[in-house]
Structures are given as C-alpha cells and as structure tokens.
Design a binder for this molecule. Structure first.
Ligand SMILES: Nc1ncnc2c1ncn2[C@@H]1O[C@H](COP(=O)(O)OP(=O)(O)O)[C@@H](O)[C@H]1O
Ligand SMILES: [Mg+2]
Length: 329
C-alpha cells in the first residue's frame, strides 16, 4: 500500500491504495504539480478516484496545512451553487436570513476542489473565470470585493472538449483550468490494483459490519480480475460491501460478489479455470486501450508496450470485436 504522507493522518482524507505502476507514475506527476499553484484538471471515468487524487494534490503541496474545500458543482441548482461558492449577505434573497461565507472564502490559503466542473452553468463559469484572473469576487447581494489566494483543482468525467465545441463550456475557462491535466486510468487498465483494493475494502467493511472473513477464494479473485469494472473503484467497493454483508462463509466467494451471474465476473464460457479468466481479462483490457486510442493499432501497441504484429495476433486469438473500428473508418 502506498502511504500518503504525514498529512494523511489529517481527518477527512482518504487512503490512496495502489500497486499499479500506472498510478505510481501519476503520483510522481502529482508531486511535481504540488510544487506549483497552477490549476489542475483531473479527467477520468466515474469512480476512478478523482477526488482521492485531488486530495493528494493538496496533501503533497505547501498548502497542506490550510483548508481543502470540496464543492460538487452538479449537486445544487444554479442559485444555491452561486451562494455556496461565493457566499451571500443577509437579505440577498428570501431565505438568506444571515450572512454566509462561501467556499472560496473558506478555502483561502488552501485548495478548492470543484468536482463535476462540466456541469457548472455558464453564468457561474464567467464568475469563476474572474476569480481565476483577478483572485477577487463578491458575495451574492454585496458590493464589497473580497480577495482570496486559492489553488483550484477541478474534475469531470465528461468530455469537456466536446462541451467546449457545443458551446456549453467556455473555451477561455477551459484553458485556465486545464493548465495541468491529470488523466486517471480506469480500473481495467490497472489489474494490480484489483486484489489490493478488494482486500482494503474487505477489511474496512469487516470492521464496519463487525464480521470476520479469511479473505477471497481463488475463484472470487479470478472473477474480479476478469471483470471489466465499468463503474471502476466505486463499483468494486459496492461489490465487496454487499459480499461482506450477505456472506455466511469464512471465505468470500464469487457468488457473493456477483450474485446474478452471467454478467460481471463470470468468464464467458462458464469455464472457471485461470487461463479462461486471464484471457477474458486480457481481451477486456486490450479493448479498453484500443478504445482510448480510437482503435488505432499502432498507438495501442505502443501504449501496451508490445509489437504491432503481436497486438494483431492477440486481437484474433482473443476474439476482440474489431468491427467497430471498421465501421468508423
Ligand atoms: N486508489 C484508491 N484507494 C482507495 N480507495 C479509492 C481509490 N480510488 C478510489 N477509491 C474510492 O472509490 C470511491 C470512488 O472514488 P471517487 O474519488 O469518488 O471517484 P470519482 O470522483 O472519480 O467518481 C470512493 O469511495 C473512493 O474513496
Ligand atoms: Mg467524484
């Protein structure tokens, strides 16, 4: 397990568990990013741990002893979000019965993490741009300008460049936020993390549920390794939690993790030997990297660190459906 640093003992931060070289690389990059005050845009599918990486950026920076303030931009309607971010004065609107500090003010000297930034309404995008450029803002209903010193980290699972093309996300704001992009790979591209995280969550849920298990059966581990985890770490966490609650055996079995077999964890042939499981895993893994590289085999081979000819052979041997790319070409 990767230990975070002294600051990880601060309350409210998660433990980042990993054994994946891909993630170790990202941690290195974060170490570099942490020395600057530049904005970071974290990209990645839902459930990959974007918030955990945002925490690491803060914890490894010089701002680590100042506040780390989270805001989910998708969780509130526009009016409430504005007052959440910038605060309001008494009487600014009907329910504003007293003055309130906003998240930017609370984050002064520290880091603000704006999650689901792709959902920020256009009017607030303009206000955010101003905070970035001028480091000042006003509370809702107030004429007094407040100055802050805040590091901005944002995250989204949306294709933000597509939003820019559609005109729902400001181009100028995108460039300001994307000074340091950080792409977090999905779980299917970091198989080393599957058993590591599964055990981490198992101990957590054993404690929470006051139950004892010896661990996972080999079948359970194989099933987890051969599944593609579209919901990433959040899905794995939920799966282990459910298994922990329903299991009555000493060992967590495949059936407890994937109750309605057929989907998830069940090798396609129904054959449960290791070779089948590994092949299913390999096929899912390669398909994911192909997708990321727009089905370009040369680029995919490079990303996988194998020869192009070997990749073509694997695609045939593993029966990877390559028809998608042909339709697109
Ligand atoms: N490397 C990791 N180690 C431990 N827990 C993790 C890790 N990555 C993600 N998690 C957990 O998985 C869940 C989803 O992570 P989150 O950061 O909310 O994902 P995202 O914001 O990308 O959708 C959270 O409960 C988080 O604590
Ligand atoms: Mg999130």
């Amino acid at each position: 397990m990767l230990s975070t640093n002294d600051a990880s003992i601060l309350q409210g931060f998660h433990t980042l568990v990993t054994k994946s070289p891909l993630i170790m690389e990202k941690i290195e990059i974060i170490g570099q990013m942490a020395k600057t005050d530049s904005s970071v845009l974290i990209l990645g599918e839902s459930g990959v741990g974007k918030e955990i990486f945002a925490e690491q950026i803060h914890l490894r920076s010089l701002r680590r002893n100042a506040p780390f303030i989270r805001v989910n931009c998708a969780a509130l309607p526009e009016g409430l979000l504005e007052s959440e971010l910038f605060g309001h004065v008494k009487g600014a609107f009907t329910s504003a019965v007293s003055d309130r500090q906003g998240r930017f003010e609370l984050a002064d000297e520290g880091t603000i993490f704006l999650d689901e930034i792709g959902d920020l309404p256009l009017t607030l995008q303009a206000k955010l741009l101003r905070v970035i450029q001028e480091k000042t803002f006003e509370k809702v209903g107030s004429g007094t300008t407040i100055a802050v010193n805040v590091r901005i980290v944002t995250a989204t699972n949306k294709d933000i460049e597509a939003l820019v093309d559609q005109g729902t996300f400001r181009n100028d704001l995108y460039y300001r936020l994307n000074v340091l992009p950080l792409h977090i790979p999905p779980l299917r591209q970091r198989p080393e993390d599957i058993p590591e995280l599964a055990h981490f969550f198992l101990s957590k849920f054993m404690q929470e549920n006051n139950k004892q298990f010896q661990g996972f059966t080999t079948g359970a581990l194989e099933a987890m390794l051969s599944y593609s985890w579209p919901g990433n770490i959040r899905e794995l966490e939920n799966c282990v939690e459910r298994a922990c609650v329903i299991s009555k055996n000493k060992w967590i079995q495949q059936e407890a993790l994937f109750p309605k077999s057929g989907k998830g964890g069940e090798p396609e042939s129904g054959d449960r030997n290791l070779k089948t499981a590994l092949n299913v895993f390999k096929a899912n893994f390669i398909r994911g990297v192909l997708e990321e590289n727009n089905w370009n085999q040369t680029e995919t081979a490079k990303a996988l660190g194998i020869q192009r000819t070997y990749l073509s052979r694997l695609i045939k041997e593993l029966n990877i459906d390559y028809s998608k790319s042909i339709i697109e070409e």
